[in-house]
Design a protein around this ligand. Sequence first.
Ligand SMILES: *Cc1c(COP(=O)(O)O)cnc(C)c1O
Length: 746
Amino acid sequence: MQDPPSVMSPLNPSLAVETQIPSNADASAEPITPEGRDLYDKLWALARNLWWSWHPECDHLFRDIDPIRWRQLDHNPIALLREFSPARLALRANELVLHSRINYAHRRMQEYLTSTNTWASSAAGLLGAQPVAYFSAEFGIHESIPIYSGGLGVLAGDHIKSASGLGVPLVAVGLYYSHGYFRQYLDEEGYQREDYLETRIDNLPIEPAVGTDGAPITVTIATRDGELRAKVWLMHVGRVKLYLLDCNVEENKPEDRELTSRLYGGDVRTRIRQELVLGVGGVRALQAAGIRPAVYHLNEGHSAFGPLEVIRQLMHDHGRSFEDAAREAARCTLFTTHTPVPAGHDRFSPELVEEHLGPLRDALGVDQRTLLGLGRVDPDDISEPFCMTVIGMKLSRYTNAVSNLHGVISRRMWATLWPTRSEDEVPIGHITNGVHVPTWLAGQMAQLFDKHFPAGWKSRMASPEIWQAINTVDPGELWETHNALKNLLLSFVRRRVSRQCRRRGESDAMIEAARNVLDPQALTIGFGRRFATYKRANLVFNELERIGELLSDSDRPVQLIYAGKAHPKDEPGKRFIQEIANLRHDPAFAGRIAFVEDYDINVGRHLVQGVDVWLNNPRRPLEASGTSGQKVVLNGGLNCSILDGWWAEAYNGSNGFAIGDGRSHTDDAITDARDALALYETLEHQVIPIFYDRDSDGLPRRWIKMMMNSLSTLAWRFSSHRMVADYTTQGYIPAAGGVSCEMRVH
Ligand SMILES: *Cc1c(COP(=O)(O)O)cnc(C)c1O
């Protein structure tokens, strides 16, 4: 473990550099001009705020300093800058004439961070004084910060980026995982292997969070089995502060020092301890930082112990009774549920709950039955385990699902919590997920939009009118831009799969074949997501011969790019990966299929920016929302999806493709067989013919029209700016205003 980085303010770069000691750069040994020093300071200031990560011009700036190292270092600007002394960096900036780009990027960031003219300043003034505290077990902000595993984390990252963009006062709370989620590679048999690599903390834009007393914050949480401690890191994501709790402190027992080292690692006891740190520790960390949130937003059940600590503080500070304080805590808490998959809801035994919440329960002055009852649908049913989703719903004013259909399913799923009501009176609403446009929109496509969209469109991304302008773009220009992005994707895939072959020690012929895999002219279908079995990554291979024929059609070829990780304990998921990865050895698929290892935000970005079609075929209705298809929309790709999650409300008949008619059978095998048939029919009768229907200029006019329909009808609706605006008006403002809510504490 290295020394923690020095405490510094990203708004004050000169202070930053004085206290910053880059590892292998000896600043005093080489002369540097004041201008050189200034550029060096500005680059460090940019690297210290993740604002840079959604501005392609900053990304390119760092890349140009050393393109090879940039790629090797996972696009991590801190790791890159640490390799340069100020003098060497100044030299490099001179060679590449970077001065005006650095100054411009730095000025734009300063303007952004200090601007008060935001959407929220007019629409959400009420929230001014006290922020929303947004809790999530993972945050997917950029590939260089591996504290996420998949969609939930990326959604949380997009949420805080949009909160920053809209000026919604929000602080975020999560856990710092020193070893993150695993890195995936496939062995000679195509079987998934997992590596947990330690992230060097001095390569992260992170600093110790300090409390009101100026000292680094440590929180302590008592359990029946001793105390747990966590230190707190602070990361800047635009205007949003992200606090991350880390149990790797000397005072902890050795096994507890490892508690937060892996995301979703360990057993159920690890899980409840992590969730105790996130929820209870997180609320205490904010208190220590002097932050008094007006609203608590629990992104999924992992943080749902948090309200118990809010209740304790209210009882302690204001002498409230438990019932009173619980009502008050619920009044300012929102809960978002993310999955109808039963295994997706954490459940704990009464013994584990008592071991970990016992001391807090004593402070609340309630008996075991009362505490356990908060996590049970029926508080009197002692056979029922303690469920984090249930306590989240009971201790919040408002629960929301993440798509319209998921709302329907969630009301049905939890109807027993409100036994006197009919299903549609169950008070669970929905706010459909969206994605952060600047993060997922390719630079080249953004330039096209800049040319044709109304000025200032980037600050009005959630307005439908803006996106109507796509219809004024020349179809050929849109098609060329898409094809340029598709070529970038194909080079990326070739580079990655040939590297994979080299690592496995395959023959020169195999490596050469990998270098030439895929055809830039062929219809390219992408599939990238977790290999959870309900997502059915292998559905399209249900009839191998039929899909093989489509792929090897010489006039109208089709090709497939796959990526995704299976949870380390998910054997069926790993078998799906193996089955798909090994198809490259089958002559019917060779050269037309690629599996890109180690799916992460970087792989995801390449895929969603370059595919013609994004395939999504979950077993309905288990995909609560799904967001990867929304990223594809922005870049001109078309969705081909089961009518589940967001697609059930997005598809209008001319903005992409539907698989099936939205029905499912109670027997999974029957559903799967029907859906596979429907998938083949959609491919054979719609996707392939429309893609290959070219005019005399070689343009697929009907296809391009669908791209335009997709952009104009979907991009604004499924943006995280729209999503955060909805949370703000429907959730945050009423909660902060203290508008009373239903009380669900039994
Ligand atoms: C967007 C994204 C996801 C979510 O994909 P789904 O469509 O919701 O399955 C998962 N992982 C990464 C890296 C992403 O960027």
